[in-house]
Write a protein that binds this ligand. Sequence first.
Ligand code: NAD
Ligand code: UDX
Length: 489
Amino acid sequence: QRKMVKLCGIGAGYVGGPTMAVIALKCPSIEVAVVDISQSRISAWNSDKLPIYEPGLENVVKQCRGKNLIFSTDVERHVQEADIIFVSVNTPTKARGLGAGKAADLTYWESAARMIADVCTSDKIVVEKSTVPVRTAEAIEQILAHKSKGIKYQILSNPEFLSEGTAVQDLLEPDRVLIGGNEGPEGQEAIKKLKDIYAHWVSEDKIITTNIWSAELSKLADNAFLAQRISSINAMSALCEATGAQVSQVSLALSKNPKIGPRFLNASVGFGGSCFQKDILNLVYICECNGLVEVANYWKQVIKVNDYQKSRFVQRVVSSMFNTVSGKKIAVLGFAFKKDTSDTRKTPAIDVCKGLLGDDACLSIYDPRVSADQIKKDLSMNNVQWDHPIHLQPLSSSSSNGLEHVDIAEDAYEATKDAHGICILTEWDEFKGIDFQRVFDDMQKPAFVFDGRNILDVGKLREIGFIVYSIGSPVEQWLNNSVNSAVPF
Ligand code: NAD
Ligand code: UDX
């Protein structure tokens, strides 16, 4: 019998890469292979420039790569050799066919499962790391059983709770590890094996074990609850603007209630990221399939409020700049869906920029981490038509790709030079250190700031002379500031 336990992680993305790297770091006696069908991703993992930006990740990878951590495209070999296979492939929203716009697209998961069934010659534990619809394990089991050749598979659900931008920290010190498995003795034995791996660095009281369906559903519920908090505070921000309340003060008051707690109460231009919308739509679809229309409609509303928040922001920019941004330069500071990541999946910046371009603005976009190519790619793609109302205009699909009014700047000063307005769309720390007097001097007047993340010192900006809109602050404050909005709303 082999001495070393061998793990294989299928999918070298935002979850698979960091998760398997941290396991390798914390378990030097375990061999970890991360495999992917994408040659370019694997090459990047093997290079000095990792395919994703995460604080601390480079350090972790450098410590283990070539020792007990390898990145490879030889998917079949490593799957065959592994004792435990972690599947972290993407599970996007289905774009076509039955359930399009809502259901999870399990194409990648199914192809991984079929490949496992084809190549394995010994018993395996297969761990669902991807976020999947509740009861996916059943489907996977059927695929594996079909070609089992006498091999025994145990399926575990071990959803990942890391957040981008803090992935390494979240993995090193998780608030919990959730493992769901079959309730029989073989299922329990498999749970124990996975638990033993985490026990290298996670204390036992943080490792929760459940049945497999609870674990699968908990991940969808977790993201739905988090997104719901953001939509709740964003809904309040609209009411604050109308009534003279300050959303930051409301958040502070709520945060002191131990039954509510302090986190995820920052009003914003809307939540983004690859998970929240996708997972709620998936939840909505599952509810509808189970005839739970009221439950489905309840969760749908979280996405509707998020769409409303993004379109409200665009309307605020246009209406306060005398109802037209046509031909005006607007600086967009921040494009990533949150700070400390280069990820732009479902970033609110895409919808806001498209909304402003739809009103013929000229955009100069600066993000400290997102490449010019990525921004242009994101802005030239059409929105998939979900079943919830789209408030924002997609780019015209005429002969041009609509990007002739988009400029990518090297820094905040270049982006804001000669601009009429500034939109802060990501809460990057470096934006707090901008010399706003210098920025103001170089801008057209009146100079507007629309802070979609509430990170700037509004008082200071007003002293300099800016007209400032920050989410959830009473509109009167800046209306009194001598300029009238052409169309109040
Ligand atoms: P990703 O797109 O960054 O990575 C997925 C990788 O899987 C890609 O590199 C792709 O090439 C690879 N892949 C697809 N099919 C494959 C196959 N058959 N064989 C080998 N490789 C294959 O996705 P991600 O952001 O890492 O998310 C992965 C899963 O984890 C999703 O289900 C997501 O919902 C979930 N999740 C994501 C996060 C997050 O913050 N991104 C957090 C928790 C959970
Ligand atoms: C999320 C979940 O937090 C994580 O548990 C899960 O594993 C993956 O999905 P992530 O999408 O990486 O993580 O980032 P998160 O910090 O949750 O932020 C998501 C979005 O909500 C971002 O656009 C962020 O800016 C926004 N947000 C977050 C707010 O607008 N206000 C807040 O108070 C918190």
